[in-house]
Design a protein around this ligand. Sequence first.
Ligand code: ASP
Length: 582
Amino acid sequence: MYRDHNNSELNLSFITKKVTLSGWVQKIRDKGFIIWVDLRDRYGITQLVFDSERTSSALIEQARELGREFVIQVEGEVLERESKNENMSTGDIEVLVEKLTVLNSSETPPFTIEDKTDGGEDLRMKYRYLDIRRNPVKNKLIFRSKVSMAVRNYLSQQDFVEVETPYLIKSTPEGARDFVVPSRMNAGEFYALPQSPQTFKQLLMVGGLDKYFQIVKCFRDEDLRADRQPEFTQIDCEMTFVEQEDILNTFEGLTKHLLKEINGVDVQDFPRMTYDEAMKTYGNDKPDIRFGMKFGELNDVAQHKDFKVFNEAELVVGIAIPGGASYSRKEIDKLIDWVKRPQVGAKGMVYVKFNADGSLKSSVDKFYDETDLKAWAEQTQAQPGDLICVLSGEATATRAQLSALRMEMGNRLGLRKPDEFAPLWVIDFPLLEWDEDTQRYHAMHHPFTSPKVGQIPLLATDPGAVKANAYDLVLNGNEIGGGSIRIHDQKTQAMMFDYLGFTKEEAEAQFGFLMKAFTYGAPPHGGIAFGLDRLVAILGGQESIRDFIAFPKNNSGRDIMIDAPAPIDEEQLKELDLKLRS
Ligand code: ASP
């Protein structure tokens, strides 16, 4: 037996007991007459002691041979420590070693295996298995497992059935590019890895399973933005005989359960906001509602004077930054530079200091008097002491820029508290989205999403105005889930494909199986998918998903530990009937 206790278990109740422990050597302190070794495993650290008065010299010699990260087994007696450590569960005791077995030696690790390591990001990725030995990484993986388990428990209790859907499927357009896999047995043909199990879960509803879920890997070959992974995990769900309201209630339940179970937080408020309202009030379809700084539209109160920039703008919009009136000229200039960075893209920024004494002073005093500025303050709900920041231009871009500023200020002012949770549903998304590149409308969610009742005729007259039965679950400024009520009749689905620019043949080739299934009594159904990686990170109070993934890829989509992707050899290429362009 390698061990009878783990390294977090022993305390004063074990004094004089003989124990066997195994683990890694974390630290060695050799004082000459006494040697302490910290023994670590997943559960904690136990202090071992070798002492020249009580330990044989042979054993002491053996202890001196140890190095960091050696794997050892010891037998010994539990003793009360002289200087106790309150910060450790085993801080009251130490184990006087009587027998030491080295189970494996270790090279000197390339970085320290401690909570605060000296290892850089790349090095830690290359030696991920060593990084996982560190508490901050290990604990995140354990945390993730806890969240997954809570999800499974909740959904199983609600009668959801977990079903695995295939990973080798057919390439379909779902927004992103597919990863493709050549088929050896069908030369010249390819599978694709699923971007999501969307069509399969719908088929499970046609199959009568009623409630499905799966914690499932999905694959999207996108240009990687920061903190995106080419393979990621979804909690994928689908339900039969449901309307939007049923889905919202069920998954509001799941979210509340997770917040309670994982974070001990009772969330009462679970507001719903239409997409239009979210865009108007926060400039964003995933608003962080933990703080205010709501948008105030100023067209009415700013477009009646000679200020050309505003008069020519589609939208003039501002926010009030709490306490910002006290910013120095230099600080405000820096803020202006910030919104003018290419990543944000504003052309400039007008500001108004709403001074503590109630006076108003703006960067455009030439054009606007105090009465004007008062109206601005009212629209942006500014208080004395605030700084009103105003951007203008094309509406969509301007909203995005001001939203970026709002989030930045939320961060800078510490208003985005990681232990505060504010979920909401964003509903009534547009069905379609104009795509400049292809000069046509695309499905905003996916082509299986149903338009709201009675809105189909609008497709002919004002396609951009058609609203969908689509919803996103937003938590603390992150989209953590999204879904829709689906089209379930063959005719509407065929019409939608036609509308989205698929020829009959293309629709048949790519989605014939689904439309055929719809002719065999497909029930009304709808669903949602949560991004598990992001959800776990947010519940864990972190913004980055990477450490919640055991073996993540880097920003170029590479796994630098196993060095993938990698070329394959001639033989393999030949077998797959593939040729590389030389
Ligand atoms: N399959 C969708 C997605 O991956 C989610 C859904 O509609 O259920 O975003």
